[in-house]
Ligand binder design. Structure first.
Ligand code: NDP
Length: 464
């Protein structure tokens, strides 16, 4: 295909991309995660920019990487000892071209504007892939929930929402959960939103099932990632039955990835948190998973306790550095479900060497760019997060629809819709990759399919 493209057109796109990347680095100094996300996407968009020169003429990508709004605010609260604590809160409203801003809130000490811009940018393309009318956003705070009491978490959430309140609403911006923001935090955030708004509206998703939430929402990201994996395997006449799987993390996404994998006959042998990982050669079954859910969601304990509870399981503390020994456990499938850049290039090499043939990203951007290249070059079925973990936001979209209708769909109904959405995302990503001469490359397919829809909306709404 490239051979039929006039050389001057190719040169123009290359010039456009290198100017764009230089500008992003210059205008967003000290934000490597954002640079990485933009670079990863931009470099795969070449075929679309060549096919539609108007995207270049009208600087669509440059407009897209500039958030509509970056809101930063102080979050002051009082801890249990009576000491005043000061955190920083953010909402990055990236794009509302195809719908109201939508994306999660992350509470983690590593949160700063650069991480949220990367997540907001990815979210914009992901939401586009779901086919639901949702724009992209992300928010959060550098608040560390670890070791905080229930009442400290509640006070923090209330103070955070008091500051965030003016910028969100059911038709403007609808936050949800992410790292450090689960069912408990969503409850406190929604409760405070309602106290201020004096209205019960679906301005947040991930709500409890008894107060405006949707069935399957908490399961959706993990289940969706596994449904996506099934679709990928189907293209090779394979399935998950009997396959050994590595799962990282032990939070929301990891828990429900494990649940669905086990239900479909997979054998999950690892779980982790930021302190280290467990290896259970006997496999994490549904009873052990229940124990993990209790540990993580109620007792707020560490994954190391798993090895003390279950015979044959071992625990290894995280060492840091550019290799995570968890990824050297022999397996056929890997589901990174913890955080960004958790699979280094060396980890990717190890996974490939050990015979992994499927990598499905439950987390956002868990694989470094060189790692992605390794997977694709080695013929691994590699699913980028923006496609594979879109089930969470998709069911958030279904939650919004139910809120608007004042109705509640059954578990079966939502699960069936989730499966349909994941199948459609898979098929459109795969077809787009083929259509642009990159058959089998889900990374190119997801980026182009997500981008083209947003780009066309931008042109329709406001051509220059
Ligand atoms: P949780 O907070 O529920 O769980 C996060 C897990 O990852 C925990 O086990 C945590 O360990 C671990 N983790 C976090 N940071 C690090 C780190 N720096 N190093 C090692 N381990 C780490 O978050 P979620 O499960 O909701 O989110 C996980 C990933 O999935 C994120 O990338 C998120 O953006 C993405 N995602 C989430 C969606 C959702 O619906 N929740 C939707 C789409 C994507 P510890 O407890 O020690 O911090």
């Amino acid at each position: 295909m490239a051979s039929r493209t006039p050389r001057h057109a190719t040169a123009r796109v290359e010039e456009h991309l290198s100017a764009l990347l230089a500008k992003v680095e210059m205008k967003n100094p000290g934000e490597p995660e954002f640079h990485q996300a933009v670079r990863e996407v931009a470099t795969t968009l070449r075929p679309a920019l060549l096919r539609y020169p108007r995207y270049v003429d009208e600087k669509i990508l440059e407009r897209l990487v500039e958030p509509d709004r970056v809101i930063s605010f102080g979050v002051n609260w009082v801890d249990d000892s009576g000491t005043v604590q000061v955190n920083r809160g953010f909402r990055v409203q990236m794009s509302s071209s195809i719908g109201p801003y939508k994306g999660g809130l992350r509470f983690h000490p590593s949160v700063y504007a650069g991480v949220l811009k990367f997540l907001g940018f990815e979210q914009t393309l992901k939401n586009s892939l779901t086919t639901l009318p949702m724009g992209g956003a992300k928010g959060g705070s550098d608040f560390d929930p670890k070791g905080r009491s229930e009442s400290e978490i509640r006070r923090f959430c209330q103070s955070f929402m008091t500051e965030l309140y003016p910028y969100i609403g059911e038709f403007t911006d609808i936050p949800a959960g992410d790292i450090g923001v689960g069912a408990r935090e969503i409850g406190y955030l929604f409760g405070q939103y309602k106290r201020i708004a004096k209205r019960f509206v679906g301005a947040i998703t991930g709500k409890g099932i008894k107060w405006g939430g949707s069935e399957i929402r908490q399961e959706a990201t993990g289940y969706g990632a596994v449904y996506f994996a099934q679709e990928m395997l189907r293209t090779r006449d394979e399935d998950l039955e009997g396959r050994t799987c590595l799962v990282s993390g032990s939070g929301n996404v990891a828990q429900f990835t494990v649940e669905k994998l086990v239900q479909l006959g997979g054998r999950v042998v690892t779980l982790s948190d930021s302190d280290g990982f467990i290896h259970d050669p006997a496999g994490v079954d549904l009873d052990k998973l229940e124990w993990v859910k209790q540990l993580k969601n109620e007792r707020r304990g560490r994954i190391s306790e798993y090895a003390a509870e279950f015979p044959h399981a071992t625990y290894k503390a995280a060492r840091g550095g550019d290799q995570n020994p968890m990824w050297s456990v022999p397996a056929q499938c890997a589901f990174p479900c913890a955080t960004q850049n958790e699979i280094s290039a060396k980890d990717a090499d190890t996974l490939v060497k050990n015979g992994v043939t499927l990598v499905v990203e439950g987390a956002n951007m868990p694989t470094v760019p060189e790692g992605i290249d390794r997977f694709i070059a080695s013929g691994v079925l590699y699913a980028p997060g923006k496609a594979a973990n879109a089930g969470g936001v998709a069911v958030s979209g279904l939650e919004m629809a139910q809120d608007m209708q004042l109705s509640q769909w059954t578990r079966e109904e939502v699960d069936a819709r989730l499966q349909t959405i994941m199948r459609r995302i898979h098929d459109s990503v795969r077809k787009t990759a083929e259509d642009y001469g990159h058959g089998g490359n889900y990374s190119v397919g997801a980026n182009i399919a997500g981008f083209v829809k947003v780009a066309d909306a931008m042109l329709d709404e406001s051509p220059i």
